[in-house]
Design a protein around this ligand. Structure first.
Ligand SMILES: Cc1ncc(COP(=O)(O)O)c(C=O)c1O
Length: 371
């Protein structure tokens, strides 16, 4: 079964093979070497310039755990922008930690208007942090960070916490340009790795403030995680096989190895940019295919996410489409939560190619013709 769900996604055999390496001691020179291999290209994934003061890190946990870690480093008053299941989760995690959460919520598939954010910051604050999900995997909706960064220019004490779970390695994050303070992601989406570890990036501002706060966690203390990673000493025994896979995949992406055959040789930031272009092309092709069936994406075209398309099903029987494709050995997803039966999602992420997408869409044409 080929995974075209919104994560986890397909992992290349050469990356899976990295998981089978014999264990090494996590205080060994080999582990230091792994940290070294990871840090450079991971900084590229977050869009950091070589002289950036921001810091990347890895932790053996899922994306949700790092939402929690990020929130341990900020004050009590949190503004949460909600436009789907995972942005709702970010707010729920903040509440579970005892934060005072103010929500701005819009229907699934929409994006919170930056003007409304400015208004909330001016009239309902002061806030210590703002949470946002840059690509809502539940609705295939991308929230542009630039307008939010602009709004936050007037609120320098608000730490900007961004979930980039289904954005990283599918589209640019530009962490410093967008004044992000903490970005977090699992690796099972567009990084095309098996689930099990998470990656993050934090600003100097965030780290300096977090160092001074009471942080009621040990394993999810962001300062312990970030400083431990920087010192190449993980606080606890890490999932070393996943570090091998991450190091190899990041190196491969940075060397342009994961790009479609025949792509001009590129490396470094240009290779990451080329990967984003592959994702954009898959998004455009999926939207065009949907249109050909009289269907449309849930979000407005300018907010369509690069790694996952959420298609409004109209009269199409979603369960039958998903089941029909499963018979053809392709896995796509029904809509999320209330959108079940009304939408379906195609995760065109990671190392998938336009050619592979074409094969999936041809199979989908066949199933739809049968229905
Ligand atoms: C946007 C987004 N945020 C958070 C999560 C949660 O990540 P995890 O399941 O790794 O905890 C997901 C998982 O699908 C997601 O898509």
């Amino acid at each position: 079964m080929t995974l075209w769900i919104p994560g986890p996604t397909e992992v290349r055999p050469s990356i899976l093979a990295e998981l089978a390496r014999p264990p090494i001691g996590h205080r060994s020179a080999g582990m230091k070497d792994l940290h070294h291999r990871i840090d450079g290209p991971l900084a590229l994934a977050f869009g950091l310039a070589p002289d950036s003061p921001s810091t990347v890190a890895v932790h053996s946990a899922s994306g949700t755990a790092i939402m929690e870690a990020a929130l341990h480093g900020v004050g009590e008053r949190v503004l949460s922008l909600i436009n789907g299941a995972f942005s709702k989760r970010f707010a729920a995690v903040a509440e579970a930690l005892g934060k005072e959460v103010t929500r701005i919520e819009v229907p699934m598939g929409q994006v919170v208007d930056p003007m409304k954010v400015a208004q909330a910051l001016d009239t309902k604050g002061p806030f210590d942090a703002m949470t946002v999900v840059s690509s809502e995997t539940s609705t295939g909706t991308a929230t542009p960070l630039a307008p939010l960064a602009k709004v936050l220019e007037n609120h320098p004490n608000v730490r900007f916490l961004v979930d980039v779970v289904s954005m990283i390695a599918a589209g640019p994050i530009d962490f410093d340009t967008h004044r992000v303070d903490f970005a977090l992601a699992g690796v099972q989406k567009a990084l095309a790795l098996p689930p099990g570890i998470a990656v993050m990036c934090c600003s100097e501002r965030y780290l300096a403030e977090a160092q001074k706060r009471n942080r009621p966690s040990w394993y999810l203390d962001p300062v312990r995680i970030i400083e431990g990673h920087a010192a190449q000493k993980t606080p606890a025994t890490p999932a070393v096989p996943h570090y091998y896979a991450l190091a190899q995949q990041l190196e491969d992406i940075s060397a342009g190895v994961t790009l479609p055959k025949g792509h001009a040789p590129v490396e470094g930031p240009a290779a990451w940019q080329a990967r984003y272009e592959v994702h954009s092309a898959m998004r455009a092709r999926t939207a065009e295919w949907a249109e050909g069936h009289g269907l449309s994406l849930l979000p407005a075209p300018e907010f369509a996410a690069p790694a996952v398309s959420c298609i409004q099903a109209g009269k199409l029987n979603v369960a039958a489409l998903v089941a029909g494709l499963a018979e053809e050995d392709y896995s796509i997803s029904n809509g999320y939560g209330d959108l079940k039966g009304k939408t379906f999602r195609i995760g065109h992420m990671g190392d998938h190619s336009l050619q592979g997408l074409e094969e999936l869409l041809t199979a989908a044409d066949k199933v739809i013709a049968r229905l």
